[in-house]
Design a protein around this ligand. Structure first.
Ligand code: FES
Ligand SMILES: [Fe+2]
Length: 406
């Protein structure tokens, strides 16, 4: 890929203008956006670094001294909870000769020690020791080495409730603006009352964008037959409108239930997520551009962070959150299990096609194969159900086509 490669070079001008037309006349992203390695590399360069990508759940580093290595847009980073308990993100690259500092999940760290020549960094990134660098024990008494300039390089990061986001190029709008549509949408839901109850990663053979292309309820009664049993679960047969209204809101797309029902009935008497006095409970399921999803039911949160590994491989990092002790108390184990079984299937395995997640992934894996066909360049959207998909796909190409802002 040359430096000058653009989205238009890969997808063609015609495909971009077809995507940008009003939904009823538009055609969706062509197959190459899902199958081409070149497009995947362009996303790593011109999509993820420019926005706020979600990289982890805060609970992935629960205690001070916990650190994990991650890849974000092809770049190695460290997620750490420092000694004060604050989450920090650094480039996982030693300032001496670019060894990787953290290579596996760690606990009880007091400092980072580079495995190559033992340069040591505090968990807040400051370089503390460069042993024998200049032949002396402290490594910098003979040579004028300014340790204060050689700390680990921080990545711009934001923690929103249970989620950690990063902006790799440092130029995105403030995170609060990025997440504001979701903040407004959830109407004060007290997410801080929820705690992690289940965490799991599933790898599947498809492009990460399929997760967000799936933010419609049109497929419910065919793909999730065991949960959504009749069309009237998802469509108001009198008005012809979906019961979960698709609402594109800039950096967020959502499906918001119109009535007082959850997406599906809850699994028992789990405690409800609190809302402030006088504020109406909201049920919605949203994508925060580009790669995080959050489903807000009455009694739990279900979230997925898509971790794109290749054009045709993605890890879904899944987190399920319940209110207070209901997240961990054995007294609620059966109810949690019933809730999780809806999402993950009765066995909780990716091959178990009985859960909402695994049923969706099966479709996406097959869609990934179909996307190789030239016929897959012609995609038709339903203006009733698929506004979110049209919006998301336009956002992908808009971000990637924007002029460089630095
Ligand atoms: S590369 Fe890290 S100490 Fe040498
Ligand atoms: Fe689905």
């Amino acid at each position: 890929m040359s430096a000058a490669t653009t989205v238009e070079d890969i997808l063609g001008r015609e495909a971009l203008s077809a995507l940008r037309r009003p939904i009823a006349q538009s055609s969706g992203l062509p197959g190459a956006a899902y199958t081409s390695d070149e497009f995947f590399r362009l996303e790593q360069k011109r999509l993820f670094p420019r926005t706020w990508m979600c990289i982890a759940f805060a609970s992935d580093v629960p205690q001070p001294g916990n650190a994990i290595p991650l890849m974000a847009a092809g770049i190695p980073i460290i997620l750490v909870r420092d000694r004060k308990g604050d989450i920090r993100v650094f480039h996982n690259v030693c300032r001496h000769r670019a060894a990787m500092i953290v290579t596996k999940p760690c606990q009880g760290l007091k400092q980072f020690t580079c495995p190559y020549h033992a340069w040591a960094y505090d968990l807040d990134g400051r370089l503390k020791a460069v042993p024998y660098f200049d032949g002396t024990k402290d490594g910098h008494s003979k040579l004028p080495l300014d340790l204060s300039k050689l700390g680990l390089v921080p990545v711009r990061a934001a923690v929103w409730h249970h989620w950690v986001f990063i902006n790799l190029d440092g130029n995105a709008a403030p995170f609060a603006e990025h997440v504001r549509p979701l903040d407004d949408l959830i109407n004060g839901a007290d997410l801080s009352a929820t705690r992690i109850g289940h965490r799991e990663d599933w790898e599947w053979r498809g492009n990460w964008k399929m997760q967000n292309d799936n933010w419609e309820t049109y497929h419910h009664i065919w793909v999730h037959k065991n949960v959504f049993t009749k069309m009237s679960d998802d469509l108001d047969l009198k008005t012809g409108e979906p019961i979960a209204e698709p609402i594109p809101l800039g950096t967020v797309v959502t499906l918001k239930r119109r009535g007082d029902q959850d997406f599906y009935p809850s699994a028992g008497n789990l405690p409800l997520i609190p809302f402030p006095e006088g504020k109406k409970r909201v049920r919605c399921t949203s994508v925060v551009f580009p790669n995080m999803t959050l489903t807000l039911q009455s009694d739990h949160l279900a979230s997925v962070i898509a971790d794109p590994l290749a054009a045709d491989r993605t890890i879904s990092k899944m987190g399920y959150f319940f209110v207070g002790d209901a997240a961990t108390d054995p007294a609620f184990a059966a109810q949690r299990q019933r809730t999780l079984a809806r999402w993950l299937g009765p066995t909780g395995q990716i091959g178990d096609r009985g859960g909402i997640r695994s049923q969706d992934m099966e479709i996406w894996e097959q869609q990934q194969i179909a996307r190789r066909s030239p016929v897959a360049d012609q995609i038709v959207f339903s203006p009733v159900w698929e506004k979110n998909v049209h919006h998301f796909q336009n956002m992908v190409v808009d971000v990637m086509s924007a002029p460089s802002n630095h």
